[in-house]
Design a protein around this ligand. Structure first.
Ligand code: MLT
Length: 319
């Protein structure tokens, strides 16, 4: 089976696929035209991607494509309905990188509270400023509002609980068992905004959640509150967020995702929000730990393995 991997991918996973008899081509720099050409030239039956976009013209580039595997959870970068029309399955790897994303979220919360980045930058510039940086509030006893208590929200809640934070969440479904296990309370979205000291969003991207948090929602937040987005760019309106932070209406933000993220081959980036003080931006690295990437790699291998056995591939999101 010809497998084209158009993103960075775990080495052990590549070796396993080869051992299973797959012909694997890995090129993390493919996108747009070059991806289309590679799908065709390699007669790829399986395409594996992370953040690389897979629009309809890529899906239709060769006659042989049968399966697109997203080496991660979010599938908003793949045209799933076009794939369905072409009878191409799209599968993902839910839950395999949840711990990694929750860990980054905790890191951003701690960094914002202690201003770790600014501390480090001042020291690098030869400035000792203990007075300025001795004003943190600490996480213990503060309220964390989680928007979306799915797999990542759950892993975050577990970790925040061990920091003695008070936990609230909102979700389209009731998570009664998790409420018992974590001591987390379901509240309306509005109350997440008004009561939280930290808000972290863990919802899928796409039209349904676009600018879920915009100017009106930001206006309801405590002026000292921090907001974190390690989910998808677009869930928070960055223009509105930048104005709210500059005006002192929101305490700050930790952002791992952006509306127009460059592909893996590009290096230029200019979302103005990352220039704001009290905004700590990272490069969509939530899922990028070795632990998460080997778990994701194993799941990709399992999906392709089932397909090779002639079974329906697991975790199909467009059947
Ligand atoms: C995901 O959707 O799981 C992450 O965005 C994955 C990634 O960064 O590759």
């Amino acid at each position: 089976m010809n497998v084209l991997i158009a993103d960075k991918f775990d080495n052990a996973g590549v070796e396993q696929l080869k051992a299973m008899g797959c012909k694997v081509t890995l090129n993390a720099d493919l996108s747009g035209d070059s991806l289309r050409e590679a799908v065709k030239a390699n007669e790829a039956r399986v395409l594996v991607v992370r953040s690389t976009r897979v629009p309809d013209d890529v899906l239709g580039a060769g006659a042989s494509l049968e399966l697109v595997v997203r080496a991660g959870a979010g599938t908003d970068t793949i045209d799933k309905s076009a794939a369905k029309e072409r009878n191409i399955r799209v599968c993902n790897c839910p839950g395999k990188n949840s711990v990694a994303v929750a860990e980054l979220t905790m890191g951003l919360m701690l960094s914002l509270d202690r201003r770790i980045v600014d501390n480090a930058v001042d020291l690098r510039n030869g400035v000792w400023n203990k007075k300025e940086y001795a004003k943190a509030r600490g996480l213990k006893g503060t309220t964390l509002g989680i928007v979306g208590l799915g797999r990542i929200g759950y892993e975050l809640a577990k970790r925040a609980k061990s920091f003695d934070m008070d936990l609230i969440y909102c979700d389209v479904v009731d998570q009664n068992a998790l409420e018992q296990e974590l001591g987390i309370k379901k509240v309306p979205f509005e109350q997440i905004l008004t009561d939280s000291d930290f808000i972290s969003v863990h919802v899928p991207g796409g039209e349904g959640t676009k600018h879920l948090i915009g100017a009106d929602e930001l206006a309801k937040m405590k002026s000292s509150a921090f907001i974190i987005n390690c989910a998808r760019g677009g869930v928070i309106d960055h223009e509105a967020l930048a104005s709210a932070i500059k005006a002192g209406r929101v305490g700050g933000a930790g952002l791992d995702v952006y509306e127009n993220e460059p592909g893996s081959a590009d290096t230029a980036f200019n979302d103005p929000i990352v220039q704001c003080s009290r905004v700590y931006g990272t490069h969509h690295i939530g899922a990028s730990t070795q632990e998460a990437q080997s778990a994701v790699g194993e799941e990709v291998v399992r999906i392709i393995g089932e397909k090779m056995k002639g079974n329906e591939p697991p975790n199909c999101v467009n059947a």
